[in-house]
Design a protein around this ligand. Structure first.
Ligand code: ARG
Length: 461
């Protein structure tokens, strides 16, 4: 494709440089946004009397034709074009002649590309958040079914205190609610229109930036033309919110991987969401969750790439910035893939309640409740803690649990103990007793589920 900037040059650009410089292979996906932006720009140029209305009509018709031809596949992008912006403009001029050459009046690719990425990310983040909200619905549905499913809660991966699967899953629900909120917040700050910033210093034409901003559903124009074309902080913010989202999915994935192991066997993945081994016939591997954990590193890498790309470049536009797109697109694509696969995998997994309950019955997760029993009978907590610690040591010695330890042993440790201790340390009692706000008792979890549902509704609105 001949270069639009050919006038100043006496030679064609070297082929390797052209291939190196070209971004159409990855910015081609913004063709729709590029055309939408051009339509708003051309309309404004006409309304401000900068180009004739008859040219505007030809431009709009031409652009709409290019759009539908690209959508239908009748038109293919030229892989040797420098970028999507040059390709669309050249195609337009090919179709409508001189009017096409007027489109780029009072505009630069620098404000154009800054616009296209914002438009693209606004749509992409909205799609991603929709998927995320579907995942939230799945998780809340799982929680609703398991408010009585007792499992051990862990600290240091050591059995600690009783929780339920509902309570555990709801912890992730709140993390993902915040992730959606962070993405929305990043979009809110991004939603200013760079169009009209020109290459860096605005323009001498009497343009109307308010008009293009409004036409493209932005809240306002970016207030500073240099800032408008120089920063990619919105990419960084979105990549950062996505990295954290991925970290949350990755932690959950790690737990699923553990829960699928023979050592835990808390859950079983549906055959459609697990994979086998090429050599070991017995294997059923949680590949999906492992890939999510792996891809989390990749998305964090994307965030690092963006920050490093930006940190040394002077104002205003520099070609380094072309690296923003592959990076942020990759972060979006990977997060989207992960959410879309994770959701049905979770929806179809089977929960082994008996194994969760059995794990909760071992490991002395009612020891705190045993100490609390003594506190309720008047002992200071530190003394109660020490006595219970001694009882746990006795259990380990004699291969017993607090439930099976004879009452004589209890009473030898403290005369305060009576038969009702067995009731007090029963797992169900320990769970139901945890009624503090945000705690795991079925009643408290029902309250948080209702709150989470309202919070998700709020995010969708
Ligand atoms: N393909 C370029 C990018 O993605 C578009 C902007 C080019 N501007 C320029 N002055 N060379 O950043």
């Amino acid at each position: 494709m001949p270069k639009m900037w050919a006038g100043r040059f006496s030679k064609e650009v070297d082929e390797t440089v052209n291939a190196f410089n070209s971004s159409i292979a990855f910015d081609g996906r913004m063709y729709e946004q590029d055309i939408r932006g051009s339509i708003a720009h051309a309309t404004m140029l006409g309304d401000c009397g900068i180009i004739p209305k008859s040219d505007v009509a030809a431009i709009l018709e031409g652009l709409n034709g290019i759009l539908s031809d690209l959508q239908s596949g009748a038109l293919h992008m030229d892989p040797t074009a420098e970028d999507i912006h040059m390709f669309v403009e050249a195609e337009l001029t090919k179709r409508i002649g001189d009017a096409g050459k007027r489109l780029h009046t009072a505009r630069s690719r620098n404000d154009q590309v800054a616009l296209d990425i914002r438009l693209y990310l606004r749509d992409a983040v909205s799609e991603l958040r929709e998927q995320l909200h579907k995942l939230l619905h799945t998780l809340i549905a799982i929680a609703e079914q398991h408010t009585e499913t007792i499992m051990p809660g862990y600290t240091h991966l050591q059995r600690a205190q009783p929780v339920t699967l509902a309570h555990h899953v709801m912890a992730y629900v709140w993390m993902l609610i915040r992730d959606s909120d962070r993405l929305q917040d990043a979009v809110r700050r991004m939603n200013l229109c760079p169009l009209g910033a020109g290459a860096l210093a605005g323009t001498t034409y009497p343009i109307n930036r308010q008009q293009t901003a409004a036409a493209l559903a932005f809240d306002a124009p970016v207030p500073n033309s240099l800032d408008a074309v120089s920063d990619r902080d919105f990419c960084v913010e979105i990549a950062s919110a996505l990295s954290l989202l991925m970290v949350h999915l990755s932690r959950f994935s790690e737990e699923i991987i553990l829960w699928c192991s023979w050592e835990f066997k808390f859950i079983e993945l549906d055959d459609a969401y697990a994979t086998g081994s090429s050599i070991m016939p017995q294997k059923k591997n949680p590949d999906v969750t492992e890939l999510i954990r792996g891809k989390t590193g990749r998305v964090i890498g994307d965030l690092n790439t963006l920050l490093t790309m930006l940190k040394g470049i002077p104002l205003a536009y520099n070609k380094d910035m072309q690296e923003d797109k592959e990076t942020i697109f990759d972060a979006i694509d990977q997060a989207m893939l992960c959410i879309k696969t994770f959701d049905p995998m979770l929806a179809t997994m089977r929960v082994n309640k008996a194994n969760m309950r059995a794990a909760a019955a071992k490991g002395f997760i009612n020891a705190t409740d045993c100490a609390d029993y003594l506190v309720k009978k008047g002992l200071p907590f530190r003394d109660a803690y020490k006595i219970t610690g001694g009882l746990v040591a006795k259990c380990i010695e004699q291969n017993l649990t607090l439930e099976t330890l004879p009452i004589e042993t209890y009473q030898a440790a403290s005369p305060v103990f009576a038969e009702d201790v067995y009731q007090a340390i029963a797992l169900e009692t320990c769970l139901r007793g945890r009624i503090s706000e945000g705690g795991p008792s079925p009643d408290a979890v029902a309250v948080q589920i209702a709150r989470a549902k309202a919070a998700v509704e709020e995010l969708i609105r």
